[in-house]
Design a protein around this ligand. Structure first.
Ligand code: ADP
Ligand code: MG
Ligand code: MG
Length: 873
């Protein structure tokens, strides 16, 4: 087994083995770009490390040291050599990019002796000690887990003592003092001297990178981004180049196109005389990349050339990291840049027009989930007119967000449990804030640029973000935000953020739904040309249906009739029906409901203009419709001319210990067939009425919660008898279908039998997941977090279909159903219908359609196109 590869031995296709960073460093090396030399320890080595109980075997260590020796020979430097030391960076890098989630150590190889020699040899003691203090801090943080803040305290104190504002003003002596203080702090914390042996430093750093794969924030990030935990991370060991060596040095990051808008223009930031993460961490305010053109024209021109070359080479927008040492440019990283949905579409469409990629390739470049961002709110123009701007920061990630402000990630997570709209306000964010960033509607930071952590992560999440809003003063301890003119905002106060302009408003501004751009339309039409899976929507009202049609829905896969029952003007009749003691009473109540339902269906059919509409019959436990409070019961008893006690005892008798598994679904129609009869009458009459107006509706009647053929047959007989009689009497031809949901495991097991009666199956994967796992979707949230952090579950099976377990039931039911009825129509109407990996699964097992909420229709369309393209590959 080979665990270590020199950059010369790799290429971009080896991402799985070398990680994204390693594979791209290898690729850049091999196409002749200026990349500091180095080697990569593979992701398989990481997996092995975990298999071996978090140890690195002797063989692996030997392999690492032998590659290190090669590197020493190539660079003509030696680790630990006092006159000519090899210093390296130790960098994590997994298959999928996880910005800022794992750790990097720079300047490794320095110790008390080497730093002295380094200072002499370079004739630049300030630089040598600056490197040393950085190394001590990073090693302490990454390898030992000592808080950065405990080091920064000393750094700030020395800056204060010397009365300087930023690190550049500190002298060699000051830096030496900082390094000494850092070492003392290290000793204090660890009760040991700072490790002096470079090879030991190296091995410890490698292990720390492996360990960082399992740190809390990496686990959360993986869960949010569907990255499996068994991928592991690679470790890159790379010769250092120094951006902190003087004023002809620097470091920066840049994109080949604007990651916010997609505009084709080099976009980025850099800092002179700085190293590593200084740009992102907001140590000083970085300069825009365009300024490099006048400051270092040769370096700038070379960089532009390389940026173009890389974009052409990877055929995608690149996100690059570089360092300049004594006017010489080095490339340290390139990857396909993260971008907003708006930018993703623009880049994809423009790359096709520039003839760089095909439409099919363009379709694969946009993440379906991201499309959601385009459908997010903007500010209401009128409401915005009167709003007062209290500050302006960087427009880091577009969209509008308004809500109550909180100052820590934990507070946000807490508040979001009860509040719909919560904003996270921070001095700057760090990877520890990831859950808070996920729970909030928008992010505001006081420090940091367009490539700061907050900006990068927010864009990835498609969340509104304004960053670097330096005119606001934040007091994190007392949780207040103060404006230039001394207005103070406290926790829980309202702010509104415009991530497209950087404006901050000191009040709640109304938000409105977005409109769809030209790029979106064009791009989605390409998806429609490719996909074979139909995309329907879950819609109960003409309004939802209309929205879904705008987003490209091709039918309704689930209309939940009970949602029509809750309307204020009909709940009374519904209650009357439920508490009815006799058939007569019940039929009387149903008679009142009939015209309302018929009208609902007519409207829905008209809106859907002949697209298929699946109507699910009454599903939830009846007591959900009943009043609960004393006042409500009293009121209803009067309306129904019942005594309070009679009504109360009737309601009590409907109580169930486990309603999700109680008297619901088709069980209602079995006990009260008159309900199914009324619903059939409403559906069929509505269809006849609109067909008379020239439409061609074929209603699909769906019986829920079936587990046994005979119960389906019982209800179906009621439906068919009622329907056929109405059709006969109306003298028109009307086709209709009767099918069932497959949502009880038993129905999946017996799908061949069920298909004898069912003309279609619609997989209700919410209930199916719930019943297959045996835990309730309403309660699972309470313990699933533990399951994620203990790595028992990697994702929420209610969001992403569990293909191994639940998926097997679905697949089996598809196969069995087709045995009985080869042309059976198959669809899915659970939450999973709008989740990309589940859509792909549905495509692969041969479903005809997925159905999802209106706002997820575009996501499903793209996911379906991608599934088809993957199949064709
Ligand atoms: P991340 O994955 O968080 O971006 P990196 O491994 O890219 O972490 O390291 C962060 C930064 O450290 C890089 O952008 C670069 O500025 C600096 N760095 C890494 N390796 C080297 C090196 N060999 N020489 C100089 N700087 C380096
Ligand atoms: Mg990092
Ligand atoms: Mg990087």
């Amino acid at each position: 087994m080979k665990y270590v590869y020199a950059f010369e031995e790799g290429k971009k296709e080896m991402k799985n083995l070398l990680g994204g960073k390693g594979a791209n460093l290898a690729e850049m090396t091999n196409i002749g770009l200026p990349v500091p030399r180095g080697f990569t320890i593979t992701t398989e080595a990481c997996t092995k490390y975990y298999e071996d109980n978090k140890t690195i075997t002797k063989e692996m260590e030997d392999e690492i040291f032998s590659k290190l020796e090669e590197l020493e020979n190539k660079t003509n430097k030696k680790m630990g050599d006092i006159n000519n030391p090899l210093l390296v960076s130790v960098r994590s890098g997994s298959r999928a990019s996880m910005p800022g989630m794992m750790d990097t150590v720079l300047n490794l190889g320095l110790n008390d002796e080497v730093v002295e020699g380094f200072a002499k040899a370079t004739n630049n003691p300030r630089f040598a000690y600056d490197s040393y203090r950085r190394f001590i801090q990073m090693f302490s943080d990454v390898v030992k887990g000592y808080p950065k803040a405990s080091f920064e305290r000393f750094f700030d104190k020395i800056k204060e003592e010397k009365n300087v504002k930023n690190d550049l003003e500190l002298t060699a002596e000051d830096m030496k003092e900082v390094a000494e203080k850092f070492k003392l702090n290290y000793k204090e914390l660890s009760k040991e001297e700072f490790p002096q042996n470079p090879k030991q430093q190296l091995m410890e750093a490698i292990k720390a990178v492996f360990r960082s794969w399992m740190n809390e924030r990496a686990i959360v990030y993986r869960r949010l981004n569907d990255i499996p935990s068994d991928w592991g991370t690679a470790v890159n060991i790379q010769e250092m180049v120094y951006g902190n060596r003087g004023n002809d040095c620097g470091t920066g990051v840049a994109f080949t196109r604007n990651p916010s808008t997609g505009e084709k223009k080099l976009y980025g930031e850099y800092l002179i005389n700085a190293q590593g993460e200084d740009v992102v961490a907001g140590i000083r305010t970085p300069e825009p990349i365009s300024k490099l053109e006048s400051e270092m024209p040769e370096v700038y021109n070379e960089f532009v050339k390389i940026a173009n070359l890389l974009e052409n080479h990877y055929k995608d927008m690149q996100d690059m990291e570089f360092t300049i040492e004594n006017n010489k440019l080095f490339m340290l990283q390139t990857r396909n840049g993260k971008r907003t949905a708006q930018a993703a579409l623009r880049v994809a469409v423009e790359l096709v027009k520039e003839n760089m990629i095909t439409k099919e390739e363009a379709l694969m470049k946009v993440e379906p989930k991201q499309l959601d961002q385009l459908l997010h709110p903007n500010f209401d123009v009128e409401s915005l007119k009167n709003a007062k701007i209290i500050a302006n920061g960087l427009a880091a990630s577009p969209g509008a967000a308004a809500g109550k402000i909180y100052f820590t990630a934990e507070d946000v997570v807490d508040a979001a449990k009860t509040e719909k709209n919560v904003l996270l306000v921070r001095l700057e964010t760090s990877p520890e804030d990831i859950e808070g960033m996920n729970s909030c509607k928008g992010i505001l930071t006081v420090r940091g640029g367009m490539t700061s952590h907050a900006a990068v992560v927010a864009r990835g999440m498609g969340k509104c973000c304004v960053c670097g809003c330096g005119e606001l003063k934040i007091d994190e301890e007392n949780k207040t935000l103060t404006t230039k003119d001394n207005k103070v905002y406290k926790e829980g106060d309202y702010l509104s953020l415009d991530g497209s302009t950087g404006n901050v408003y000191g009040e709640l501004v109304k938000t409105v739904d977005p409109e769809i751009s030209g790029d979106f339309k064009e791009f989605m039409s390409w998806a429609d040309e490719v996909k074979t899976l139909k995309i329907r929507t879950n819609a109960d009202t003409p309004k939802d249906a209309k929205k879904a049609l705008e987003f490209g829905a091709e039918g309704i896969g689930l209309c939940r009739t009970e949602h029509m029952f809750f309307e204020a003007d009909r709940i009374f009749a519904v209650r009357q029906m439920i508490v009815a003691e006799t058939l007569e009473q019940r039929e009387k109540a149903l008679e009142k409901i009939l015209p309302m339902q018929r009208n609902d269906f007519e409207e829905l059919f008209k809106t859907m203009k002949g697209f298929p509409v699946t109507i699910r019959y009454l599903d939830p436990p009846l007591h959900e419709f009943l009043p609960h409070t004393k006042e409500e019961i009293e009121e209803l008893s009067k309306e129904l001319s019942l005594t309070y006690d009679d009504l109360k005892s009737r309601i009590d008798s409907l109580h169930e210990f486990n309603p999700m598994m109680g008297h619901r679904g088709c069980r209602l129609a079995v006990t009260y067939p008159e309900i199914a009869k009324m619903q059939t009458q409403a559906v069929i009459e509505a269809a006849i009425n609109v067909n008379k107006e020239g439409m061609n509706v074929i209603p699909e009647i769906m019986i829920p919660l079936v587990g046994e053929l005979k119960e389906l047959k019982y209800v179906k007989d009621v439906v068919v008898k009622t329907a056929d009689e109405i059709i006969k009497n109306s003298n028109v031809n009307l086709e209709y279908k009767v099918g069932t949901m497959i949502e009880i495991p038993r129905a999946a097991l017996l799908a061949d039998e069920i298909a004898k009666e069912a003309e279609f199956f619609s997989f209700g994967t919410n209930d199916l997941t719930q019943m297959t796992y045996g835990f309730s979707r309403d309660d699972a949230a309470k313990f699933l977090n533990e399951y994620y952090s203990k790595n028992i579950f990697e994702f929420d099976p209610f969001q992403r279909l569990d293909q191994n377990g639940v998926g097997q039931l679905v697949k089996m039911a598809v196969e069995k159903g087709k045995l009985t009825r080869p042309n059976i129509k198959l669809g899915i109407c659970g939450e999973h219908g709008g989740e990309p990996s589940s859509v792909e699964f549905c495509h692969n097992i041969g479903l005809n359609y997925v159905s999802c909420s209106p706002f997820r229709v575009p996501i499903a369309r793209l996911a379906a196109a991608q599934a088809k393209l993957k199949e064709l590959k």
